[in-house]
Design a protein around this ligand. Structure first.
Ligand SMILES: N[C@@H](CCC(=O)N[C@@H](CS)C(=O)NCC(=O)O)C(=O)O
Length: 370
C-alpha cells in the first residue's frame, strides 16, 4: 500500500483520532506539519478549509475531517466494524463522546494550568510556524484563539470545579473498565476507541498537568492511551488474550457505568444545542448546500453535571449523533429492544430523539446543510 500523508500535529486533538486509526489499521503513513507550501497551495484548496487532521492519498485525493478519514479507509476494508447491535451502537456513541463530549475537560486541563503547561504548549505552537515566519507572535495568536475557544465551550471560572469533578469521576470509572479490558469493547479497538482517544491523547494524556494526573490516578487509562498509539494490540497484562470484541454482543458493566456518568453532561447539552440550532435554522433557513461553519454563532444554555453552562452550539455533534440514531433505526425489533434497554440503563434514551430539523451532510470536504 502506498504511503498516506497525514497533515497533523502532536498537540492537536482530532489528529490523535486519525493517527491512532492509521497505526492500528496498519496503514503506512507519514506525518507532516501543516506548514509546507505544498500543504497551503495544493492541499488546503482541495480541503476547502484548513483543519487538522487532513490526509492526502497517493493519487492526490484530499480528505478532511477525522471521522471521514476513518470512514474512507473502513469503506475499503472494514477493520473495526462491530457487527452486533449493542456493541455497534455503543461504539458510535463513544465516537460522539470523544469527538464532542469531552471538550470542556480537554480545554480546561490544557489552558488553565499554565504553570505546568504553558511552556510546553508554546513550544508546540511555535513548531507550527512556516520557515521565515516569526514563530513567537504566531504562536501567541494561535494560543489566544484556542484558549478563547475553550471559553466559548463553557470553560469559565465558575465551572472549573464542576469540570474537574466531572472529569475525575469519568477517569475513575474509565480506569475501572480498562483494569479489566484492553479496549472499550474487549480485545480490539472499535470506532468508539478512536473517538475517545481524541481528547484523551493530545490534551488529557499528553499535556504535562493532566498526563501526570492520569498517570497517578488512572494508570489503566494511561495504558490504554499508550496502547492506542502502538501498532500491535499491546494487551499483555490481561490473562484473557482475546483479540476480538466481547462475545455475544456483551457490553461490559464497567462501560455502562461510564456511560451513565457521561449522560449527565451529554444529554442536557445535546438537547439544548439541538434546540438552539433548530431555532437558528428556523430563522435563517439556509439553502441546501450552504457550508456549515464550526458553530452557528449561537450559545446553548443548560445545566449539566451540576453546572450552569453556556456553550457554542455545534452542528458537528449531530452529524455524529445521527450515525448512532441511524444504527438504531436500522435494527430489527428484537435487536432494537435490546439496544433501547441498554440505553435506558445508561440514562441515554433521550439521545435517540434529539434531531436537527435539517441534516448535516458533506459536499467534497465541507459540511453543508441538506
Ligand atoms: N471535525 C474536524 C475538526 C478538526 C479541527 O477542528 N481540528 C483543529 C485542531 S485539533 C483545527 O484544525 N483547528 C484549526 C482552527 O480552529 O483554525 C475533525 O474531526 O477532523
Amino acid at each position: 500500500m502506498q504511503e498516506v500523508i497525514l497533515y497533523a500535529a502532536p498537540a492537536s486533538l482530532y489528529s490523535g483520532k486519525a493517527r491512532s486509526y492509521l497505526i492500528k489499521a496498519g496503514i503506512p503513513y507519514r506525518e507532516i506539519f501543516p506548514r509546507t507550501r505544498h500543504f497551503h497551495e495544493v492541499v488546503v484548496p482541495k480541503a476547502g478549509i484548513m483543519t487538522l487532521p487532513t490526509v492526502e492519498l497517493a493519487d492526490g485525493t484530499v480528505i478532511r475531517d477525522s471521522t471521514r478519514i476513518i470512514d474512507h479507509f473502513e469503506a475499503h476494508e472494514p477493520r473495526f466494524a462491530t457487527r452486533s447491535p449493542r456493541q455497534s451502537v455503543v461504539s458510535l456513541l463513544f465516537d460522539v463522546i470523544g469527538s464532542e463530549g469531552l471538550l470542556r475537560p480537554a480545554m480546561h486541563y490544557r489552558w488553565n494550568f499554565p504553570e505546568a503547561n504553558e511552556a510546553f504548549i508554546r513550544r508546540h505552537a511555535e513548531m507550527m510556524a512556516p520557515k521565515g515566519v516569526d514563530a513567537g507572535p504566531m504562536a501567541e495568536g494561535g494560543m489566544k484563539r484556542m484558549r478563547s475557544r475553550g471559553v466559548a465551550l463553557g470553560v469559565t471560572p465558575e465551572n472549573f470545579a464542576g469540570i474537574e469533578s466531572y472529569y475525575e469521576g469519568f477517569l475513575e470509572l474509565l480506569d475501572a473498565h480498562f483494569a479489566e479490558h484492553g479496549y472499550l469493547l474487549g480485545g480490539k479497538p472499535s470506532i468508539g476507541d478512536f473517538g475517545l482517544i481524541a481528547p484523551l491523547y493530545a490534551h488529557l494524556g499528553r499535556d504535562p498537568y493532566p498526563v501526570r494526573m492520569m498517570q497517578t490516578k488512572a494508570v489503566h487509562v494511561f495504558r490504554w492511551v499508550e496502547r492506542m498509539n502502538r501498532p500491535e494490540l499491546d494487551t499483555g497484562e490481561f490473562s484473557d488474550s482475546s483479540r476480538d470484541y466481547q462475545a455475544d454482543d456483551e457490553v461490559p458493566e464497567t462501560l455502562v457505568s461510564v456511560l451513565r456518568h457521561v449522560a449527565r453532561d451529554l444529554v442536557p447539552e445535546s438537547l439544548a444545542a439541538a434546540d438552539r440550532i433548530n431555532r437558528w435554522l428556523d430563522v435563517k433557513s439556509p439553502v441546501a448546500g450552504t457550508a456549515i461553519s464550526k458553530d452557528v454563532g449561537e450559545m446553548a444554555e443548560f445545566e449539566a453535571a451540576g453546572m450552569a453552562i453556556r456553550s457554542v452550539a455545534k452542528p458537528y455533534r449531530f452529524f455524529l449523533l445521527k450515525r448512532v440514531q441511524d444504527a438504531v433505526d436500522a435494527l430489527d425489533p428484537q435487536a432494537s429492544g435490546d439496544v433501547l434497554d441498554l440505553l435506558a440503563r445508561c440514562d441515554l434514551s433521550q439521545l435517540l430523539d434529539v434531531r436537527l430539523d435539517r441534516e448535516v451532510g458533506w459536499e467534497g470536504n465541507q459540511e453543508v446543510w441538506r
